[in-house]
Design a protein around this ligand. Sequence first.
Ligand code: AKB
Length: 314
Amino acid sequence: MTKILFTGAAGQLGIEIINKLREIHGTDSVIATDIRDAEGDLKNGPFEKLDVLDEASMREMVEKYEITQIYHLAALLSAKAEKNIELARKLNVGSLHNVLNIAKDYKLDRVFWPSSIAVFGPDAKTDGTPQNSQCNPTTVYGINKLTGEQYCAYYSRTLGVDVRSVRYPGLIGYKTLPGGGTTDYAVDIYHKAVKGESFECFLDKDSRLPMMYMDDAVKATIDLMNADSSKLSVRTSYNVAAISFTPEEIANSIRKFIPDFKITYKPDYRQDIANSWPDRIDDSAARNDWGWQHDFDLDAMTKDMLENIGKYWK
Ligand code: AKB
């Protein structure tokens, strides 16, 4: 019987994936955890406070609930990591070590861990970055994720841990507020539009980045975890792509629904982070190995976001 320990449950992806896992495996089969208290939908199932830097506590929880899979989402995103190098190293790499060692020792069925487009640096091909691109990240977060990918490949290849990963682009959803990511302008902009406010963007109007609607991110995660292990040719982390847009383009998409929406641009330190990342990435390996296919384009995402933000945050 599948029993899942989910870390970082209160983060951007957390409740989105947890709701799907509860639907698939049953509410009591998913133990949501976070260092923060449970809020909202998280209270609709088992929840425990957990500091992922505390390996002993994580081991106790794995034994208490007879865990068979770990989804390890706890992390410090790019903008916050740039301001706190040591915590980023501990949380983004150290806690992954804890999870991989636990998976090895308890012979867990499988582990999911998120990487990011942040592993690519300014010397990677920017339009259609290939799966096996050179990775020379210039951000703390990117270095953390690249290191984590290599440990995932090692534990898979050498120690028999079935750990799986995708390189998420910028993720946009309506159930959580922006959480310290460079791509999070693309979440905040919808909240401002729904409130009838103008939006000041911390990136310039032409900053093109790979992005994905949350429903597609959940789909990619579940599809990869359900894939036949023998079909997986990538054990660092799969490129997954959906849409790619600039702040000007997302503003124009919003204006199709809110014609008088206004945006201004005031780039800050996050512009350097964005400039180091590609415009679009190539995800043919994911499409070939496990049938990845996104559903939402920019206007479909805009429609869904504007329809749901007001209802969800009323
Ligand atoms: C961030 O902006 O830090 C994240 C990411 C691209 O991994 N959303």
